[in-house]
Ligand binder design. Structure first.
Ligand code: ZN
Length: 151
């Protein structure tokens, strides 16, 4: 079980995402809970390991023909989303992030590309802790406790 903090940047060095100070990212190594390329880089990491990894399109290419109209009720959102926001929808492949383009009365047009599709990304990672997974976590295939599932 690896917990780490990260800063995600594009190739120009613009910060796209950071993990919150008090809420590190935790994942179960070896169970596909992470970008595979990043998981490979983290193999053998210990507390204090610092990595600076640039990946070529880790979220895949940007597909131009990926605009879909979906019913509003399929969105995991409490209220109507705003164009430009990223929302989560349930699809055949599981939950996925999409970007809202246009909002109608009963449906929304979304771009199903991952927000970072088509981009080369740099991850600056600092590993905080590495510990053995509990039998329950191994059975579920994900982390429990702070930073993981709370169920
Ligand atoms: Zn669980």
């Amino acid at each position: 079980m690896v917990s780490f903090q990260y800063v995600l940047k594009d190739v120009e060095g613009k910060v796209l995402e950071t993990s919150a100070q008090e809420d590190p990212t935790v994942y179960l190594h070896g169970h596909n809970g992470m970008l595979p390329a990043l998981e490979r880089e983290l193999a053998g990491a210990t507390a204090g390991t610092a990595l600076n990894v640039t990946l070529s399109q880790p979220y895949g290419p940007n597909h131009p023909d990926s605009i879909q109209r979906i019913p509003l009720k399929h969105l995991h959102a409490k209220k109507k989303p705003q164009p430009g926001t990223v929302v989560v929808v349930r699809s055949k492949e599981g939950l996925r992030q999409v970007t809202v383009l246009k909002v109608g009365k009963f449906s929304v047009d979304v771009d199903t590309n991952h927000p970072f599709a088509g981009m080369d990304l740099t991850f600056e990672i600092e590993v905080l802790d590495v510990r053995q997974a509990t039998p329950e976590e191994l059975a579920h295939g994900h982390a429990h406790g702070p930073g993981g599932h709370q169920h």
